[in-house]
Design a protein around this ligand. Sequence first.
Ligand code: HAM
Length: 405
Amino acid sequence: MANIQSLRGMNDILNEDSKYFTYFIENASRIAKNYGFSYIETPILEETALFKRSVGESSDIVNKEMYQFIDKGENDVCLRPEGTAGVVRSFVENKFDRAGGTYRWFYYGPMFRYERPQKGRLRQFHQFGCEVFGQASVYEDANIIMMLKDILDFFGIKFKLQLNSLGCPTCMPVYRENLIKHLTSFKEELCEDCNRRIETNPIRVLDCKNENCQKLLYNAPKITNNLCENCDTDFEKLKEILDFNGIDYVIDTNLVRGLDYYSQTAFEFTSDEIGAQSAIAGGGRYDKLVEFLGGRETPGIGFAIGIERLLELIKIKEQDEEIIYLGAMDEKALNQLTKIANKKRETTKTIMEYTPRGFSKHFKIAEKHGANIVALVGENELNDNTIYIKNIKTQEEKTIKVEDF
Ligand code: HAM
């Protein structure tokens, strides 16, 4: 009898992966808590209607990718394909919309999409997500983007940030009409999917991956040129805040996201180191979603990180880079360390901490820098002309002569 194996596109998390997985969750949660977020957990199984109403009937997720079935009680249920819908359902069910105020929640866990598995694309994958309710200020949009950047920076991940505004119920319908008019003039030349999308959800035509469609779209009207005054002011303000904080981004007017609930700010963080499935995280504003799901009108914004894709990047970085952290446990050792840092920097990234500190405090700071070698000099070492070294990966530690380091 053949052994039973895990289902296609569904992986165990063990060994190295589990180490990185918990390392990621711990640190991403810590950063989210520092930004005022608290943990929420919602069920993995929800009523199918929840995703149809929020993610949208015309989206690929609802159309093709849901793990949907009728349970023993004849309920139409679905394994969650994403986290936002369940969090919003809980927000409304627990009457936070009636209470008013601002709520910031984070979550992580498995999501399910019946997609064709390939590198970076799984059927069961994990997200780390954050959702904010009750904040219409564009400063919250900037805050969310900066927090996501902080998380990626902590893990030393290089990324590109793509930004767009999808307008609101005032300007989006007008833009949609303009777009349909434009697309209809060369409808026959567009791919089959796009022809369907013109009927169901024309803005999805903009992110078609077909090269021919992309060429044809070159002169298509741009949403950012069709925003109402309010959306335009918010988008300009958001760019200004990001500029002020030195955050690089590119405006991508074809970034429409694959879920229907967004309005105004939409963004994606991508990496060119992990192949075709390059989106590490995505999110945006969804000011109408609480209302769609039966609650009182409440602004919302959030994002989700694809954990598997992020771990891939952490692993690539770990393999590639050695980082030495140099610390003094005594003021007198600092001069000695400047000399060592100078020598090590000829070949290796070396970070020197200027404040003398205790042994374990140095390790905490070294972790923040992603250092894999921690090298410390205290009074004893200084007198013996030695240096204490610990390799974080192998956990090996030794004290050697300075000239041998
Ligand atoms: P999403 O863009 O569909 O957004 O997914 C977020 C991230 O999940 C993606 O950027 C990607 O890294 C990862 N991901 C998606 N599908 C797969 C897959 N099949 N295999 C591996 N990783 C995958 C959402 O889900 C929204 N709920 C985000 C959000 C939160 N918007 C507002 N709040």
